[in-house]
Design a binder for this molecule. Structure first.
Ligand SMILES: [Zn+2]
Length: 441
């Protein structure tokens, strides 16, 4: 198959130009202008006016399976990923049972192999049951195929356990991802701590609940000279610490979510406390958002990760303080990130590097680049198409998006995984639609 005449944008190889991409089997064979003249027998897909991107990599997804299949399954989660242009997603361990043993890791791997439409890389729990007390079966899970360790959903509470996790992780060459939150500070909180929340009678989560743990993590990483990755950074105080740490050469990396780049606590107020805006860490203030965007531009923030957290309706249709945290994010991530970039003067290629080669580098996997010899994982993107987010049309079972009704510019038209088309936009005339026969959930 030849993807013809699209703008090939690959930050890893610094490619940006109109050309053809020849896919042979599950590999990218060649990228060059006018390949179709040399290979006249290949199936041609006209990509004029479209971008051809490396398949996106998300290092922070919640797939909910096993245990919470009413929220999402590996099948629906990977379909949502494909619809968002992602071909590799790393899924967090807070399932039921928790992914803290090789058996659960194997279950996820095998299920993804059978039912998933893109690549699923399991992340193992750092501690048993995410309880922060005893280390999980790290070596066995590594053998079974985990790519990182994280207790995400919870912080690694004790510095000593964090130290042991980092020491063990480094023996197995596994990155450690920490959800930074001091539960003694944030406990019971539902919104970012500020005057408005207090007036509404909602307990607040101050920035310090995040940054105090970021500071600790940096110190431990410095002491052990072992890398640590900070999940979903949300506030300026954390950014200042990470900027300092990187300046000192301490091996720390971090991610930001599209919603923390696009929304603030003011959007929550304007929504009249719509629980779809409830997320952990909470949406912060304009000054935090500004600091995040600056850090993204400077490379202080290494990557954009969705923290895709699908929920059933019941978990969100309750009083604000009881509602579950999280946003269904895979299908809106790319246009939102590009819009943030457009408004802040950050180039599409910089945004794309944060969603492809950078997360792949942190996870230590050979993904997120579009070059001959690489696995043919690609997304075709229309940068101009405008569309309105309709939760009912999302492939994810999680309809919980604060972007419902928002009009976005740019849409994934086609996703290729290991040389096979796994998603085609249903508005498109191309006929070979792999799961277009099914109505979205
Ligand atoms: Zn988290």
């Amino acid at each position: 198959m030849i993807l013809k005449g699209g703008r090939v944008l690959d930050p890893a190889t610094k490619t940006d130009g109109v050309m053809d991409v020849l896919i042979s089997g599950d590999k990218i064979k060649e990228t060059a202008p006018e390949l179709c003249n040399r290979f006249p027998d290949e199936e041609l897909i006209d990509c004029t006016g479209l971008w051809i991107l490396p398949g996106l990599v998300d290092m922070h997804t919640h797939l909910r399976e096993p245990g919470y299949e009413y929220k999402e399954t590996i099948k629906t989660g990977t379909q949502a990923a494909a619809a968002g242009g992602f071909t590799t997603i790393a899924c967090m361990a807070n399932t039921l049972p928790v992914n803290d043993t090789a058996a659960v890791t194997r279950y996820i791997r095998e299920k993804a192999e059978r039912e998933g439409v893109v690549e699923v890389l399991p992340i193992g729990a750092a501690t048993r049951g995410l309880k922060g007390e005893q280390l999980a079966e790290i070596g066995f899970m590594k053998e079974a195929g985990i790519v990182a360790l994280s207790d995400d959903g919870f912080p690694i509470r004790d510095a000593e356990i964090l130290r042991l996790t980092l020491e063990y992780a480094s023996c197995f060459h596994l990155p450690v991802i920490d959800h930074c939150e001091d539960l003694t500070v944030s406990k019971g909180g539902a919104v970012h701590e500020c005057a408005m929340g207090t007036r509404m009678g909602l307990r607040g989560i101050p920035c310090i609940s995040e940054s105090v743990v970021v500071a600790r993590d940096i110190q431990v990483a410095q002491w052990l000279q072992t890398p640590i990755h900070i999940a979903h950074v949300s506030c300026r105080s954390s950014i200042e610490l990470i900027r300092w740490a990187k300046g000192q050469g301490i091996p720390v990396t971090c991610e930001v979510t599209p919603h923390h780049l696009a929304l603030t606590v003011d959007d929550l107020y304007q929504s009249a406390y719509d629980t779809r805006f409830k997320v952990n860490p909470p949406l912060r203030e304009a000054q935090d958002l500004k600091a995040l965007i600056l850090a993204l531009r400077e490379g202080i923030i290494d990557c954009i990760a969705t923290d895709h957290a699908p929920h059933d309706t019941q978990s969100k249709m309750v009083e604000f303080e009881y509602a579950a945290n999280g946003i269904s994010g895979l299908e809106t991530a790319l246009p939102i990130a590009l819009e943030v970039g457009r408004e802040a003067g950050i180039s599409p290629s910089t945004i794309l590097s944060r969603m492809t080669v950078e997360p792949a580098r942190i996870l230590g996997v050979e993904r997120g680049r579009l070059a001959p010899g690489m696995v043919a994982n690609l997304a075709v993107f229309d940068p101009l198409e405008s569309w309105t987010v309709d939760p009912q049309r999302l492939f994810s079972k999680g309809k919980n998006t604060p972007f419902a009704g928002k009009s976005l510019i740019g849409r994934v038209k086609m996703t290729v995984f290991q040389g096979e088309t796994v998603f085609i936009d249903r508005n498109n005339p191309w006929e070979k639609m792999p799961f277009c026969g099914e109505e979205p959930f």
